[in-house]
Design a protein around this ligand. Structure first.
Ligand SMILES: [Zn+2]
Length: 454
């Protein structure tokens, strides 16, 4: 116990000095990250490509070809981890119906999502951490359901990473529940994710984080010929797609337009991912997604959940959504031989570290507020201890100057109130719960308060 508190103290010293960062890793999370196998990821990607096409209107009843063979194989791979989980892992196919005359999917089609749920060990912990990738692929034309569409990177890389995470994480225990989601319907309008977001909203899932992994295996750009497998993007919305009137008012009052919950998650991924994965920089992109492109996190944002997209830094447009062929001496198409498997391994590590750290962490502090009554050059912040989950050993007060994109200082405190000698007018603040082993919750951006919340 004493030793752990000492570790927290050292973290504070390091961050406040600004000169050095002490990296403290949970040995168990470190071990899990090291277990991620590049070879297995490659095998998974090659297997997914072997279904020839995973187009949403492709064959569903062939044993080796088409989207049906793909979702059956994914399900059977996920099920291999059930014994290791002592029965906590549940795998299911979830059906939904899309399409019809005049629509992008031209006739009514029943599609399936494959979902694996690793139940949390604490019955009082209802948090869900969700990771997603899409299992469908496409060729150049929307309705070309017969051409070779290997979809190795888009999004075989994301699905392969998820299968590897299930294998490793199912053998471990986490307080919160982890949902591993592979969805269909993405390439024709995010249908599988829309269905899941609506279901989650309807069933009131307490999703604290959703990580959409879509294209995490290409490290070389077309045209500009960049090569970099040390950098991954996390896209996050600024002003949330979903806001109540009260949320809008609070955002305007606190100037919180760069502090949405999704953005706090993005900052969390950067801090945690870089803590555990060596030779990796998580680059935060302060927009929801790329221009003219969609992703499965978006329906979750629209439903009011905290969701981001994890995506390669460099894209290759000769390989995306193209039928494999050699055109003007250039090999087009999304083939397995062009996936950088070491890069996928590292990106899967960023995911794993983030999810594990969060699933072991306490709940976020509640009713967080900055006291705005009275004129003072100091700042008083108050919050309440979360009622459920792991008991926090304390809290980190995060701060940064208002023009800075990332948190700059981290101060460890105990209790439910702190006054520090920095003016609330000149800084943004955040609050994280932290347990005795250093697992942090996502930061909460405090609202204004005129009274003690206690
Ligand atoms: Zn995709």
């Amino acid at each position: 116990m004493k030793k752990s508190f000492l570790i927290l103290f050292l973290v504070f010293v390091a961050w406040s000095s600004g000169a050095q960062i002490i990296i403290n890793r949970d040995p168990e999370i470190k071990k899990m990250v090291e277990e991620i196998s590049r070879e297995r990821i490659e095998q998974n990607v090659r297997k997914l490509a072997s279904f020839y096409t995973r187009h949403n209107m492709s064959e569903q009843n062939d044993a080796v070809k088409g989207i049906g063979a793909a979702w059956n194989w994914i399900k059977s791979e996920m099920e291999k981890s059930i014994p290791e989980s002592d029965g906590r892992l549940k795998v299911e196919l979830i059906d939904y119906t899309v399409g019809g005359r005049g629509q992008r999917i031209t006739q009514e089609t029943k599609l399936k999502n494959v979902i694996a749920t690793l139940k949390g060990t604490d019955p009082g912990d209802d948090r869900i951490i969700l990771i997603s990738a899409h299992l469908d692929s496409r060729a150049a034309l929307d309705n070309d359901n017969t051409s070779f569409a290997p979809g190795a990177n888009d999004d075989g890389s994301g699905v392969a990473a998820i299968l590897e995470l299930i294998r490793i994480m199912s053998a471990r225990k986490f307080s919160a529940t982890i949902v591993f989601m592979t969805v269909s319907g993405e390439e024709h309008g995010l249908f599988g994710a829309k269905y899941m977001a609506a279901k989650a909203k309807e069933e009131k899932w307490n999703i604290v984080a959703m990580l959409n992994n879509d294209m995490i295996g290409n490290s070389a750009s077309s045209e500009t010929l960049l090569n970099d497998n040390m950098r991954v993007r996390v896209f996050s919305e600024g002003i949330p797609a979903y806001e109540t009137e009260q949320m809008t008012a609070s955002r305007k009052y606190t100037s919180g337009e760069n502090d949405s919950r999704s953005r706090q998650l993005a900052r969390y991924i950067k801090e945690t991912g870089e803590r555990y994965v060596e030779q990796m920089i998580v680059t935060l992109v302060y927009r929801n997604d790329r221009f003219g492109r969609g992703g499965d996190h978006t329906p979750f944002c629209q439903a009011g959940f905290t969701a981001v997209r994890v995506c390669e830094y460099n894209e290759n447009y000769e390989r995306t959504h193209k039928v494999p062929a050699i055109i003007n001496g250039i090999q087009e198409g999304d083939l397995p031989e062009y996936v950088d498997y070491e890069y996928v391994r590292k990106n899967a590590g960023v995911d794993l570290a983030t999810m594990a750290n969060l699933a072991l962490a306490p709940f976020e502090p509640v009713n967080c507020g900055i006291v705005v009554t009275g004129l003072t050059n100091k700042t008083t912040i108050k919050w309440e201890t979360p009622a459920t989950g792991v008991k926090p050993a304390g809290y980190y007060i995060l701060m940064r100057e208002t023009f800075q994109p990332l948190w700059e200082k981290k101060i460890f405190v105990t209790g439910n109130e702190v006054t520090i000698a920095y003016s609330k007018d000149n800084y943004f603040f955040g609050i994280q719960s932290v347990d005795v082993n250093g697992h942090e919750s996502i930061a909460v951006f405090p609202g204004q308060t005129r009274r003690s919340p206690n």
